[in-house]
Design a protein around this ligand. Structure first.
Ligand SMILES: NC(=O)c1ccc[n+]([C@@H]2O[C@H](COP(=O)([O-])OP(=O)(O)OC[C@H]3O[C@@H](n4cnc5c(N)ncnc54)[C@H](OP(=O)(O)O)[C@@H]3O)[C@@H](O)[C@H]2O)c1
Length: 303
């Protein structure tokens, strides 16, 4: 069973009574936190699901109530969507190499999200917003993309009204590199000449919440500016520690370790195989976001 933790309710007003009830999964993540803020600003009645109470942290001032549940346990999700109009899932296994949990992309991104979808359907949820990955359908041999694509297909076939949002990288995916830049470990892999337009998670959150009003849509959404991988590294290095240089690692050397990694550490292999693939091709989505990467890195460096 899951436990329900009520926060101090807002004053009841006519507007509050008209609010649509929204259940958010993945609220403690980089994107989820922004979705929670945006949903609240737009007047939704927000409940978030967290895996333990210690994770509620900054969210206590934003959300109306919490549900504590382990999304990997099917029985803890029973009836979890009852009474909600909208479900948003920004739930997914992190791509950060610093995240080393035993669960796989399949366990979280596909199975857990499918369990949530099943519950949403059973409870008559009117809208399901899911954050997938840009061009996932083109890389089905890579686990990270396969699971995002497969869940998107399940959602489309479910009969529940959906919005599927497909970003390339979010700015937050580069936060690990700030630490690497400080230690002089930031590296270009290969030529670093392939281009992409990552998006600020706050801009993406707006798109997720605004898309609640859309009917059965799939939206590819990127940031306003296009950069080569080398330019992104340079921006980080110059902002964080200009006295150190970005290193260069040949692509063949990076890929050399993959077959061994696949045998000894499959979850880590899935992350590095994903990085190797996206660094070899241009990944440019429609330019929607507003914040510039340079400004984001400046902002994060000060935090
Ligand atoms: N990051 C990117 O550049 C990028 C690009 C394209 C698409 N996406 C997709 O966008 C979505 C959100 O990404 P993000 O960067 O915001 O992810 P994130 O920061 O890693 O957050 C993931 C969320 O999922 C939760 N989660 C992960 N494993 C869990 C588990 N075993 N049990 C319970 N909760 C678990 C996390 O909870 P905890 O806080 O408790 O760990 C967190 O709330 C993901 O589906 C991701 O694949 C991301």
């Amino acid at each position: 069973m899951y436990s329900d933790v009520d926060c101090t309710p807002n004053e009841t007003s006519d507007d509050n009574r008209k609010m649509k009830k929204l259940l958010l999964f993945g609220a403690t993540g980089n994107l989820g936190k922004e979705v929670a803020k945006t949903a609240k600003q737009q007047g939704y009645d927000l409940t978030v699901v967290v895996r333990n109470k210690s994770k509620t942290g900054q969210l206590t001032s934003i959300t109306d109530r919490f549900i504590v549940a382990d999304i990997t346990k099917r029985n803890q999700l029973t009836d979890i969507c009852n009474g909600f109009d909208i479900v948003i899932s920004t739930l997914g296994k992190s791509v950060s190499p610093n995240e080393t949990s035993r669960q796989s992309f399949n366990d979280i991104d596909l199975i857990a999200n499918s369990n949530i979808l099943e519950e949403a359907k059973k409870s008559g949820v009117k809208k399901f917003v899911y954050v997938s990955a840009f061009h996932c359908e083109k890389y089905l041999h890579l686990e990270y993309f396969r699971v995002h694509h497969e869940f998107s297909e399940r959602l489309k076939a479910s009969g529940v009204n959906y919005s599927i949002i497909k970003p390339p990288a979010m700015f937050s995916a580069f936060l690990d590199m700030i630490e690497m830049a400080k230690r002089g470990l930031l590296s270009n892999i290969g030529k670093g000449d392939k281009r992409t337009n990552p998006i600020y998670e706050g801009d993406l959150a707006n798109e997720c919440v605004n898309s609640i009003k859309d009917d059965n849509v799939t939206k590819e959404i990127g940031g306003r500016s296009i950069y080569t991988r080398r330019q992104l590294n340079k921006i980080i290095q110059e902002e964080v520690c200009p006295e150190k240089n970005v290193k260069n690692i040949p692509l063949w050397l990076f890929k050399f370790s993959l077959p061994v990694l696949k045998v000894i550490k499959k979850n880590m292999y899935d992350k590095f195989a994903f990085f190797a693939a996206v660094m070899q091709e241009d990944t440019i989505a429609p330019q929607v976001g507003q914040m510039k990467f340079e400004d984001y890195i400046k902002m994060k460096r000060k935090i």
